[in-house]
Design a protein around this ligand. Structure first.
Ligand SMILES: *[C@@H]1O[C@H](CO)[C@@H](O)[C@H](O)[C@H]1NC(C)=O
Length: 325
């Protein structure tokens, strides 16, 4: 039981990678001068699973693994350590982690996934006003009597529908713009043949402006395209030259033909010239391995990678690292 509980956590996979790096190497990696630009910020927490750049308000927004949301205004002199300011702390969700976030710009709100990485017994999607941080809705996706799940990451379409991946049972919840749970998308392609590859299943997800979703299955490295236009939510495997994209986590579209996959390696740039029927890995970027890249975001035309692990005492220091391809 205890073991299966642990195994149910995608988090365990990351800890395994992390613990494989000896402490001396971590120190030397920390002291090394980074080859690309880095925004460091002080934080109260060890783990930040997802971070996105909010262009309009010139700030990063980060999800707290211990539950909650913070903002990091980009101010001050170049090279200065920035400060994380908590903006959301939902007491009714305490004990849950906040995982994937996405900015729904036309509706001036943030969509955030709250989940239970250890017990897999609760999942929800919430929306918050980007100006006041007032919670606009909270939609429960799963509870203790449902199959075990891990609500993980989220994408939003042009109409404001949200798509939340389940990294445990490998499905996608569709939630309407007003917060109503509309449907659950399932497909045999979402499930890897080898059981152990489903320990961390569907994960990063993006909405493509041509009307489909692109989603990654972390441990198989499969990239999938889900056509939403037919109403049938048909899924296809994208043939990726240079793939599979194993250990791929958060996704971000840089343009309709370019996708960044954060994970291990830190960043992979994937391109498609045929509407994501096929694609190829065109470049790889290695950032600080010991901090583990988990999400990508676009800031002033540059890619920044959010890293899971904060290091430092008494205040943890986290890093957004520019990925150059
Ligand atoms: C997550 O939040 C729900 C809703 O309030 C709560 O019932 C559940 O116990 C929380 N999960 C954990 C692991 O504390």
């Amino acid at each position: 039981m205890a073991l299966s509980r642990l195994c149910s956590s995608r988090f365990l996979v990351f800890l395994v990678i992390l613990s494989a790096i000896p402490i001396g190497i971590i120190i030397s990696l920390e002291l090394a001068k980074p080859p690309t630009h880095v925004y460091h910020y002080h934080s109260t927490g060890w783990f930040r699973e997802c971070g996105k750049w909010d262009e309009q308000n010139r700030r990063f927004i980060v999800a707290f693994f211990e539950g909650g949301i913070g903002q990091i205004p980009v101010t001050g002199a170049e090279g200065e350590v920035l400060e994380e300011i908590p903006v959301v702390k939902d007491v009714d969700l305490s004990g849950n982690a906040t995982l994937g976030i996405v900015i729904d710009r036309p509706r001036n709100r943030l969509l955030a996934v709250h989940g239970d990485p250890m017990g897999n017994r609760y999942g929800a999607l919430a929306a918050y006003d980007l100006s006041t941080w007032k919670r606009l809705f909270l939609t429960q996706l799963s509870g203790p009597s449902d199959e075990k799940s891990l609500a993980d990451d989220v994408a939003v379409d042009a109409e404001g529908n949200a798509y939340v991946t389940d990294a445990k049972a490998s499905k996608i919840w569709k939630v309407g713009a007003e917060g109503k749970l509309i449907s659950v998308i399932r497909n045999p392609l979402f499930v890897a043949k080898e059981w152990y590859k489903n320990l961390v299943a569907l994960n990063g997800i993006v909405y493509h402006p041509d009307g489909y979703l692109i989603v990654i299955h972390t441990l198989s490295g499969n990239l999938l395209k889900i056509d939403l236009s037919s109403g049938k939510d048909e899924a296809k495997l994208i043939k990726v030259e240079g793939g599979p994209l194993t250990f791929g986590d958060g996704l971000e579209l840089l343009s309709p033909t370019k996708l960044v996959v954060a994970g291990n390696p830190s960043g992979r740039l994937v391109e498609s010239s045929d509407g994501w029927e096929t694609a190829s890995v065109v470049a790889t970027f290695w950032g600080p391995k010991h901090r583990l890249a988990t999400a990508a975001t676009l800031k002033d035309g540059k890619v920044y990678l959010n890293h899971l692990v904060g290091i430092g005492y008494p205040k943890r220091k986290h890093a957004f690292v520019e990925a150059q391809f």
